[in-house]
Every structure is written in C-alpha cells, then in structure tokens.
Write a protein that binds this ligand. Sequence first.
Ligand code: NAD
Ligand code: UDP
Length: 326
Amino acid sequence: MQNSLFIQKKRVLVTGGAGFIGSLLCARLLDAGHTVICLDNFFTGTRENLEPFLDNRNFELIRHDITQPIFLEVDRVFNLACPASPIHYQYNPIKTLKTSILGTMHMLGLAKRVKARILHASTSEVYGDPHVHPQTEDYWGNVNPIGIRSCYDEGKRAAETLMMDYMREQRVDSKIVRIFNTYGPNMRADDGRVVSNFIVQALTGQDITIYGEGRQTRSFCYVDDLVDVLLLMMEKDNFCGPVNIGNPVEFTILELAEKILGMTGSKSKLVFKPLPQDDPTQRRPDISLARKELGWEPKIKLDAGLEKTIPYFDNWLVHNTKDTKS
Ligand code: NAD
Ligand code: UDP
C-alpha cells in the first residue's frame, strides 16, 4: 500500500526519527523508496531503533537538536521531535517548551525556505482533561496552563498556532495531526508510559503500578495503524487538519492492567499509587474527520496489538539481561 502513496521518490526529513513512532515511520518511508534524513538529539530516541537501516544508502542520520536552526534541502518534513512520556517531558520542562516552540519554528522556517510540506505531530493533550467526550477537533480543550503537564500541553498548543500562522501568513504547506495514545515495538522499556510499564512489570514479576483507582480511560492505537495515517495525511492535498488520529475504543487503566496480566500469564500484583497532577480522567478520539478526509480508521484491535508488543519487550528484556551480565 505504501508504495502507491507517493508518485515519486522524495527527500523526507523526520525529526525525532530515532524515537518510537519516528523510527517505524523512517522504516516505512525507506521501504517505499524515499530518501530519509533522520534528525534526533537522542534524548529519548536510540540508535538501536535505527539499527535495521543504518547502512541503507537512502538513510542519513544527523545528531541535532531542533531548538537550533538547521539548513537542509528536503521535500517533506515530519516534525515528531519532542519527548512524549510524562516522565521524560517533565524532566526538563523548559527544554520541552523550547523543543515544541523554537523547534517547530525552526522546522517551519526550513519548510518555508525550501517550499517543503510539513506535518506536525500534535497530541490529544491539547484537549487537557476534556469536558467534551469523545473529543472532536472543534473542541478547544480544558488545559491547566501552569501545571506540571503544561510544558507539553501548552508547548504543543503553541506549536499548532505556529503551524496555522505560518500557513496563513507565509503560505507554508502545513498539516497538523493530533495523536492519541499509541503503543507498540520500539517504545523504551523505561519509557514510563502505561503500556510499556505494565508489560515490563508483568514480564519481570514486578508490581503493576496503577495510578489512582485505575478508572481513568485511554484509547490505545497500535503504531502500524498510526504510521499508515501519518503517510496518508502527508500526501493528502487541500486538507491541513488538525485531525484526530487514534483508536476510538476506550478502556480503563484497570482493564488494561488485567488484560496484560492475562495475556502474559503473570502473577504480578496490582498496586495503587497516587494519581499524578492533572492526569486526564477520560480520553477517546472522535475520528469521523479522519474517516471522511483520509478514508482511514485503525484496523488493529488492542488484543492483536498487545500480541505483537509483548514479544517485543520479552525479547528486549532477554537481550538486556544478557548485555548487563557480559
Ligand atoms: P519518543 O520520545 O519515543 O520520540 C521522540 C523523539 O524526539 C526521540 O527520538 C527524542 O530523542 C527526539 N527529540 C526530543 N527532543 C528533541 C530535540 N529538541 N531535538 C531533536 N530531537 C528531539 O516519542 P514518540 O512516542 O515516538 O512521539 C513522537 C511524537 O509524537 C512526539 O512529538 C509526541 O509528542 C507525539 N505524540 C506521541 C504520542 C504517543 O502516544 N506515542 C501521543 C501524542 C503525541
Ligand atoms: N498510568 C498508570 N500506571 C503507570 C503509568 C501510567 O496507571 O505505570 C496511567 C496514567 O496515570 C494515565 C494513563 O495510565 O492515567 C496513561 O498514562 P501515559 O503516561 O501512558 O499517557 P498519558 O497520561 O499521556 O495519556
């Protein structure tokens, strides 16, 4: 399918390309015959994620931080650089804001200069702790501007503003996708997000850490479905978004924990920890717009996605244990 998405070979820049989603996007772009430049500062990304194609002649890796300008000649920019896990984006909140705001401005400047099309990875976090459920793109959100999640939420909101203003004022061909919780291989084992935490805890016999009572909800999208729609959105003419992309099937965090315990056959115990500040109580995308404009909806159900993700972490843990012993 991916080969038919592009009429001709393109030079594609993927910022954050060494991360979870970025590395799988790079792989798909290379498979489709494009030239890929991956730009990453390796804050949360890893070389390990890029190993399958490090020696591909169509692949180039640049260690660079998007908070600094860079001059490259490309046709397409996927702007994914930004830590996505709460523990990582809260580690250095000012840097997170700089990445979203200065970084996006630099990528927009680059896109303007070379007349590239640019797609920005925004987030469901722009809706904050939403009062509208499921979330539609015309909902403006309920975000705390001064809390511990604000560096990410407000940074992403400001980045959306930049995307729209560069489009209106400078005619940059820009697109916004709002990504909802996504999981799959290439996530870090120490990423801190719920799917990776629960799988690693279950596989290693550690307690499963439920924050709050576990009644908060999320909707989990398998990464292959997400990469499909990123590619579709990039090549869709006359549609800038913002568009919600994610899986509209909603689970409580407790249901997720029980599912992972069942699938791994783990004897880990559930333990309840304090709910982090401003943790959204519910989240589910309304994907009507993506269905209408892109003809897309996710195909991979949570059980099927977990069946692919659990062996990834199992394998990762085996190799990690070997590495630390040798
Ligand atoms: P990730 O942390 O695995 O990847 C982010 C990548 O960006 C990493 O490789 C990191 O090293 C790099 N990076 C961070 N700051 C940088 C900087 N200043 N300069 C250059 N590189 C930098 O996260 P992910 O899950 O792959 O997310 C990718 C994008 O999608 C992010 O922008 C994130 O906000 C967005 N998103 C992801 C999800 C999700 O569920 N995975 C949900 C909503 C939005
Ligand atoms: N969560 C949890 N235990 C964990 C990690 C996360 O209960 O070990 C909860 C977290 O409080 C949130 C949900 O799972 O309600 C999703 O968290 P994640 O960090 O994956 O993403 P986000 O909060 O950004 O949706």
